[in-house]
Write a protein that binds this ligand. Structure first.
Ligand code: PXP
Length: 254
């Protein structure tokens, strides 16, 4: 079954807007897990704009207690590797990070950063973390991820979701083909394939229908929808769409 990882960063964004302690990301994580999330994702950014070090400690404890994976998103820096080695998360997802960006805008350049990424990957693997690299669905980046020692790649779906939302059907279709080919190549090379960024109800099905994808990580849209319908209901609807996409694909290929 396709797993749903819930990214709770933007609960921290709301909390931090007031500089107070409410609402707590760990409470959202608890709710998400109770509502059937397969894991929790949190990105400790270098500028701490949303998730804090204290959040990571609380989320680590919660996920351990609930027996669910914490996916620790992090930049490839000594500071972040040090924090991850202490926290020992189930998974570490290495992402590019620029202070001026609003969100993670592109994939990691695993070719350019080969040595740094391979070194961080090796260190993270010593504490049992499954290392995932957040990349564009580019064969060169996928092959470089294998070389770097990663076990997982998370394919960046942001450009697909943007094109689909803007109604640029040709562009969306071309990017979707690249995602499909990338997922197939990564799986052939022995990598587990995840996908994420920008996914909403309107874009989830074509992505979820890609058979090699084992996990979707979704944050902004689910936390936004939670304002209107509550997190469990938003997750439930997303899950229904994910499962329907898988089922329709199975039926189509049967
Ligand atoms: N996956 C990765 C690696 C990300 O950096 C993010 C954004 O933090 C997501 C998934 C979730 O993206 P969104 O918040 O747009 O659903």
């Amino acid at each position: 079954m396709l797993r749903l990882g819930v990214n709770i960063d933007h609960v921290a964004t709301i909390r931090n807007a007031r500089g107070s302690s409410y609402p707590e990301p760990v409470r959202a994580a608890e709710l998400a897990l109770a509502a059937g999330a397969d894991g929790i994702t949190a990105h400790l950014r270098e500028d701490r704009r949303h998730i804090s070090d204290a959040d990571i400690a609380l989320l680590t404890d919660l996920c351990l207690k609930r027996g669910k994976p914490l996916n620790f998103e992090m930049a490839v820096t000594d500071e972040m590797v040090g924090i991850a080695l202490q926290a020992r998360p189930h998974a570490a997802c290495l992402v590019p990070e620029r202070r001026e960006e609003v969100t993670t805008e592109g994939g990691l350049d695993v070719v350019k950063g080969a040595n740094r990424i391979a070194d961080a990957t090796a260190r993270l693997r010593t504490v049992g973390a499954r290392v995932s690299l957040f990349i564009e669905a580019d064969p060169v980046q996928i092959r470089a991820s294998v070389e770097a020692g990663a076990q997982v790649v998370e394919l960046h779906t942001g450009a697909y979701c943007d094109a689909a939302r803007e109604g640029d059907a040709d562009k969306a279709a071309a990017i979707l083909e690249r995602l499909k080919a990338g997922a197939a190549l990564a799986a052939d090379l022995g990598l587990e394939v995840h996908a994420g960024h920008g996914i909403d109800y309107a874009t989830v099905k074509p992505i979820a229908a890609i058979p090699q994808i084992a996990e979707l990580n979704i944050g902004h849209f689910l936390i936004g929808e939670a304002i209107f319908v509550g997190l469990p209901q938003a997750m439930q609807r997303m899950r229904i769409l994910m499962d329907a996409a898988r089922l329709e694909r199975l039926e189509a290929t049967a």
